[in-house]
Design a protein. Sequence first.
Length: 142
Amino acid sequence: MNTKRKRILIIDDEASFTRLLQLNLNHTGRYTAEVVNDATTAVKVARQFDPDIILLDVMMPGMDGGDVAVQLRASPTLKDKPIVFLTAAVKRGEISSHSGSLGGLPFIAKPIDFQEVVEYIEKEAGPKVPAYMNTRLSPGWS
C-alpha cells in the first residue's frame, strides 16, 4: 500500500528543538517535515512547501506566532491549512483552562510529548470525511 506522507511545517526559532522534532517525524515514515527557524520567512517557505499542517511557535523574535498565523490565513493557498500552536507560555496543567486553544487554534504545551504531537497531526490533518458520509443510514438501508 503506497500512502502519501503528510507534509508538516515546523515554525520555531529554537533550532535544536525543531531539528529533533523533524528527525523524529521523518523517522516514522509517515511524515515529511520541513523546518523554518526564522518567522519572517515562514509564509514564503509555507507557500513553497505546501504543508498539510503547520506547527507554529507562539513566541519568536522579530514576529510572534500570532502575527505569522494572521499572514498564513491571509494567503489564499494557506488559509485553510490547519495550524497548531506550540508554546512554553502555557503549562500542560493549564491547557483545560484555555479550552485547548489559543486565539481559536489548538496548541501543544512545551516541553512537548512526541506522541501528543502525532495525535494532533492525525486529528488536525487527517483525512476529511465529507459531511454526507457522516450521516447515519435510515433503518432498512444497508
